[in-house]
Design a protein around this ligand. Sequence first.
Ligand SMILES: [Mg+2]
Length: 268
Amino acid sequence: MKKFKMPGAWLIDIEGILVKDKSYQPVDGSVEWLESIASSGTPWCLVSNQTTDWPADLQDRLVKSGFPVSDDHLVGVLDLTVNWLRERGKEKLLWLGCGELKGYWANAGFQLVEKGPCDSVVLGANPAMEVHHLDSALPALIDGASDLVCLHRNSFFVNSEGERRLGPGAWAAALETIVSQGKVVTMGKPEERIYREALKRVGVGPSEALFISDDPVADLVTAKSLGMQTVFALSGKYPDHEILGQMDENQWPHIIVKTPADLLAEFQ
Ligand SMILES: [Mg+2]
């Protein structure tokens, strides 16, 4: 069996790697696996496109599921977006995401509007999304100069009942066609911004980092193109490696494992 170099830092996806889905039930062996990484002293962080819980609640759920996660370990798209909007002086937002997160934006100092002029339309995952919610953004995007800020563009997600649901990528594809003067920006994976933030957090360059995810398309293509080692685990979104048939061979991940816990056997 081919053996790989132990990474200098671990960048870890959450859903499909630590937990099975939005039920937050741990993937078999993942609690012990993360504990062994944490006790090894190698830096690590979680790279999350999660946009349905406050970051503190996400951390709390992971801790309750048994994972040794502190807030320093979370590199999440919500916090990244707050910083991005603040740096650009964007204050008025139209939030097209989970209602539970309205307070998150207000707490971070933003003013939320229901429709009409705003600086940014911010789009996140929302299991309750309906077409009339998207319609509410049309005046800001067509008549105004609002940007469309997509927290991520995953085309679907798996809900706590195990059903596949259309995700923000599908809604973004619909809305970006009508943006008139503003910009269309994507913050989370697969855009490079969040990977660079994660590398900053663990303090290594890309060639020393390993990225593990259950999504070789949305998560690992960028990680590999930046020069990281990449691991595709079959413990989440895809139960087999058939998906690789839809990708260019040069984008394939370096390692495939059944579960994250199987990974340690791959290293020298
Ligand atoms: Mg995942």
